[in-house]
Design a protein around this ligand. Sequence first.
Ligand code: GDP
Ligand code: IMO
Ligand code: MG
Length: 427
Amino acid sequence: MANKVVIGAQWGDEGKAKITDLLAQDADLIIRYQGGCNAGHTVVAHGKTFKFHLIPSGILYKGKTCLIGNGTVVLPEYFEQEIEGLKKENIDLSGLKVSPLATITMPWHTEVDGYSEDNAKKGKIGTTKKGIGPTYTDKMARIALKIEDLYSKEALEEKLDVILPLKNKQLKEVYGLKTYSKEEVLALCEKYAKIFEPYVCFEWQEMLHKFKKEGKKILFEGAQGVMLDVDYGTYPFVTSSNPVGGGACTGSGYGPKMIDEIIGVAKAYVTRVGEGPFVTELTDNIGDTIREVGHEFGVTTGRPRRCGWFDAVTMRYACLVGGLTSVALTKIDVFDSFDEIKVCTAYKDKRNGKIYNSYPTDVYIHKYLEPIYETHKGWGVNISGIRKYEELPLNARKYLERLEELLDTPISIVSVGPDREQTIFKS
Ligand code: GDP
Ligand code: IMO
Ligand code: MG
């Protein structure tokens, strides 16, 4: 197996975990490299459903190394909860490692995230309130704590002497929130040190070198999706990290030459949770049907996902900036009972009739855009038991081949159900 990166090619929840779990069978090392517990990743194996937030979706296989990389932000209590949940399921965690360079989400980060969301009069993002934005903000401002700091009293105290006066001023004066004493934070950090201790991998450099030297297979698991990328997504309605393929390098410790393939996971339609533009959104009963048939409710927050037709304009852009070498198309089975399936091939500006064949990055004009659709005939049969591409109904194959043409990117995997087994490898 080549070294592969699995990323979301839309607005998250595309089925990345299903594809990661599937490909993890042949990998030696699986790395989650960005995001945090804003992610909700579902794996269905042997009829059982597992939900992951931070822990790589390869953990279900014994004997694999699963690394939570330096590019992630980690909420200790949430990590602990996830670990406890997996222990109850008797999942072997001996291969789980956490980078000492991962950034810690402190209580003030979740509090500020919650406050900002609850009090936003304008420009609400609809975040998961897991402190993601405030943690990455502090990382970039160089006032965040790394997991390694928990094990050096000197570093911790020195850092807190810089962080706390700034943080407390901000918490009190900007947000009217509770402040933190150094003693209180030191006690918290002691607790966090214990949580991470069995997993923190101080010898991560040696480990990465060894995997590289021995030609071991590496699978990088992305979170969120290209359209939520802080650089390329529908800014400011995005997350605060880089879900594009390039994020795999900055977030893992491996350089670009270690990557052979970038697989962008996309649904046969589009969903989005939270605020922000969504040109093909369906607010009618077709959208409701997609939500019901596709069970489109958030794994992390339980929020109903906004649903719409496949948007080839945005997705073509995602193929480009995400660096995709191929697409894994999921949830095509959701259309089994649809007479007609639409695909957006261009946008039209309602104000002046201007046609956009390429994705306009100025999201403030998106509210004036209407989708131009082409219509495909449905296939009217249950395809969830099909395992060979040639056995798919002709209309399903025509639909997939048209998507490849529109995206100018091959589809390598077609997913016809949530289970590991319900997958077709194409070509
Ligand atoms: P992720 O965040 O990208 O890993 O995706 P989520 O786990 O948030 O959401 C994807 C949902 O779709 C999960 O409930 C999966 O079990 C389910 N799923 C994945 N692939 C398929 C598929 O091909 N068909 C159907 N019906 N469900 C799928
Ligand atoms: P997975 O990995 C879908 C969305 C939130 C919000 C925006 C910013 O399961 O695909 P944040 O809490 O990150 O600051 O929120 O990003 N969002 C996701 N949407 N799937 C996800 O993860 C998401 N992670 C964040 O809904 O709109
Ligand atoms: Mg998800």
